[in-house]
Write a protein that binds this ligand. Structure first.
Ligand code: SF4
Ligand code: SF4
Length: 106
């Protein structure tokens, strides 16, 4: 599949252990990368400092789901992010998603 616009879930949910400009220790799962823009695009896409691991993430239906919310849930569960486990209620899950999305580009 092609990467969808207005998503960015893979820049939020997976942890990154390698250094990111401005995030020298990488980032924990469930935390938006500081370079993820409000339009859910990578702000350093063409920079040589963009982590190699970011290049390695390819869009796949299995992890990207059908929309941004599904991708956040699938990737959040794969990463074991607190508040995204399968036993969380739908309402609570939506609230947790909104909480995470509100941290993008702040
Ligand atoms: S989760 Fe998938 S669809 Fe969403 S931005 Fe990442 S690669 Fe693209
Ligand atoms: S550097 Fe760019 S591609 Fe990598 S996690 Fe951050 S916003 Fe996403």
């Amino acid at each position: 599949m092609n990467c969808r616009e207005l998503c960015g879930a893979c820049c939020i949910m997976p942890s990154i252990s390698s250094s990111i400009p401005g995030m020298p220790n990488g980032k924990p799962g469930g935390t938006p990368c500081i370079h993820l823009t409000a339009q859910y695009q990578c702000g350093i896409f063409t920079s040589p400092d963009r982590p190699k691991v970011c290049d390695g993430f390819k869009a796949e239906k299995l992890v990207c789901g059908n929309n941004q919310y599904e991708a956040l849930i699938i990737l959040g569960q794969l990463e074991g992010v607190n508040g995204f486990s399968a036993d969380v209620s739908t309402l609570q899950m939506y609230q947790n998603i909104e909480f995470v999305l509100n941290k993008v580009s702040q």
